[in-house]
Design a protein around this ligand. Structure first.
Ligand code: C2E
Ligand code: MG
Ligand code: MG
Length: 569
């Protein structure tokens, strides 16, 4: 049963009162003793003996004793009064502090709930909250008000601005845009920042598409006036994709995906907006249908994981493999990962896709180590993966399930994905490193990366992008970039891998530059497991320095978390 504030107050007051009363009683006793002693002293001084008559006379005639006689009563009264007041005040103080603490805890709770559902940069609802609201609106609006519309606002030149002015200025710009959008919208809760260059706007109870189109024109007008960021005058190029529910879909995934198709088409239109139409499928027939098919392919386990060997250039032996996902499609043949990963990233398919890749790659790696084959497996993480705060726990779970030691895995993250939101990525990357996984920067040289972030990232490898490696024989500037990257990596204490080695001349040049690891068609193309097994049998294995499988202790792993699973041996 809950105790009320008044009860707490009364009980605190009683305790303090009892303590203070004890002190005042002691004062009364001291005063009584003083009265008795003074009376005896006066009586003895006046009659040179202590008799009852002498005491009575002293009490009757000596007015100083009268004052003294009053002292115990005065002390008793003041003591009681003071103890009462003090106990009330102290009790109130405790209650005030308790209330303050309670308010503080409430504030923190609200803040935590807010950050889970809002984008920290713009403070607008994030993708998860928008999906949730959209699903709710779909259910409510069908039964009550008919159609609803979703406007997907994509800023076409944001990447260009980021590449030119850097992430800090881009953040300032996105914040200004968010403020403009929130002020433009009737209900600020219906605007969400769903990823770096996309905002989504929900128009509930939208009678027909003409209303949505008017809203889109209006929105373009709102974005037209230039933004000022650090004295730069910037104009944004928006493309707006419009979808209507239930006409274009009755779930958030389909609607957002189709809004993306419409926004893509809007990018090429003069008006800057497009309402989704199935005829747009003709412009991007694969893009549109692939999404649903990818979901099915995953469910039916139709994806495959290929492996491309990584060679230690000094010893000419295999140090590990990179896992690369493949989608053999009945109609379109092999679909390149870049195409379907980008697509999966735009909806929520990337998480199950990454889960599938991680499970496969970890299992293969653990099996190899159990069989005494100490190969390091590199796994690519996408931009969306690196913004998913649940990724490290997901990875920890798969590692424990498959019997994998984190040091057998290198996660490859691209320069571009780091720079979208460096602080957020840094937090996730540090957790992975803390668990014991190794990290590598993939496609190095292709993005805008700042050396200061590079220094902060707990990576152990740089992978020079294949575009430089493939062109370095013909282009002197590419050769200079490759050599400079090797030197930079070594100065930072990192290993360097060159991908895209296609001929012996390139290999020789890389060896001269001091590159550590090579990967490319010269050695092997990415291969399915069976082919890789045959290929591996013809190559010596490099020593990786990683601990063998015997060190995997599932009980320790479960009880201590991955990073702590190192035995003391
Ligand atoms: P990446 O991680 O930079 O992978 C290297 C790409 O270069 C692979 O393309 C590989 O087949 C190709 N490659 C390697 N050596 C050579 C060479 O000598 N010449 C040429 N021309 N190409 C070479 P792939 O498999 O098409 O993958 C493309 C990208 O897709 C990957 O680039 C990676 O960013 C992404 N990707 C692949 N698998 C996954 C995955 O499982 N998850 C995620 N998130 N991304 C993946
Ligand atoms: Mg890679
Ligand atoms: Mg690469």
């Amino acid at each position: 049963m809950a105790i009320s504030f008044n009860e707490v107050l009364a009980s605190n007051a009683r305790i303090l009162n009892a303590k203070a009363s004890k002190v005042s009683m002691q004062a009364v006793i001291v005063a009584v003793v003083a009265v008795v002693a003074a009376t005896l002293l006066v009586s003895f001084t006046e009659s040179h003996a202590i008799t009852l008559d002498g005491i009575m006379n002293s009490q009757r005639s000596n007015f100083v004793l009268w004052i003294l006689d009053a002292l115990p009563f005065i002390f008793g009264y003041i003591g009681q009064y003071a103890s009462y007041v003090m106990s009330q005040e102290a009790s109130l103080m405790v209650l005030e502090q308790t209330e303050e603490l309670r308010q503080y805890a409430n504030r923190m709770e609200k803040q935590a709930a807010f950050s889970a559902t809002h984008d920290p940069l713009t403070e607008l609802p994030n993708r998860a909250l928008f999906y949730d609201r959209l699903e709710q609106a779909i259910r409510a609006d069908y039964s009550q008000r008919g159609m609803l519309a979703v406007l997907l606002l994509s800023i076409d030149n944001l990447k260009e601005i980021q590449d030119t002015l850097g992430p800090d200025n881009t953040d300032l710009l996105v914040k200004q845009l968010a403020t403009r959008l929130a002020s433009w919208s009737d209900s600020e809760d219906s605007v969400a920042h769903i990823d770096s260059h996309n905002f989504a706007i929900l128009l509930g109870g939208c009678g027909d598409r003409a209303v949505a189109e008017t809203a889109a024109r209006n929105l373009i007008k709102a974005i037209e006036p230039h933004f000022i960021v650090n004295a730069f005058k910037l104009t944004l190029h928006p493309s707006i994709g419009i979808v209507m529910a239930p006409e274009h879909g009755d779930d958030a995934d389909t609607l957002l995906q189709r809004a993306g198709v419409a926004a893509y088409s809007a990018g090429k239109s003069i008006s800057g907006y497009s309402v989704y139409s199935p005829t747009m499928d003709e412009h991007s027939p694969r893009r549109l249908t692939l999404m649903g098919e990818l979901k099915r392919a995953l469910e039916r386990d139709e994806l495959q994981l290929y492996y491309q060997p990584k060679i230690d250039l000094a010893s000419n032996s295999v140090i590990g493999v990179e896992a690369l996902v493949r989608w053999p499609h009945m109609e379109h043949g092999f679909i390149p990962p870049e195409e379907f990963i980008g697509l999966a990233e735009r909806t929520r398919m990337i998480r199950p896709l990454s889960q599938w890749v991680l499970e496969r790659a970890f299992q293969t790696c653990a099996d190899w180590h159990q069989a005494g084959r100490a190969l390091i497996v590199s796994v690519n993480l996408s931009t969306k993966d690196l913004h998913d705060p649940e990724l490290p726990d997901q990875i920890a779970g798969i590692a424990a399930k498959t019997g994998l030691l984190p040091e057998w895995i290198v996660f490859e993250i691209t320069e571009g994905s780091i720079m979208v939101d460096p602080l957020r990525v840094l937090a996730i990357v540090e957790r992975l490193r803390g668990m014991g996984f190794q990290l590598s920067i993939d496609d190095f040289g292709t993005g805008y990366s700042s050396l200061s972030y590079l220094k902060k990232l707990p990576v152990s490898e740089l992978k020079i992008d294949k575009s430089f490696v493939m062109d370095m024989l013909a282009s002197e500037s590419d050769a200079v970039i490759v050599r400079a990257t090797v030197d930079l990596a070594h100065n930072l204490g990192l290993k360097v891998t060159a991908e895209g080695i296609e001929n012996p001349e390139a290999l020789e040049m890389l060896k001269r530059f001091g590159c550590d690891i090579g990967q490319g068609f010269l050695f092997a193309q990415p291969m399915p497991m069976a082919e890789l097994e045959a290929w591996l049998s013809a190559w010596p294995l490099a020593s990786t320095g990683a601990r063998p499988a015997a060190f995997f202790d599932p009980a320790l792993q479960r009880s201590t978390g991955l990073g702590a699973a190192r035995p003391s041996a």
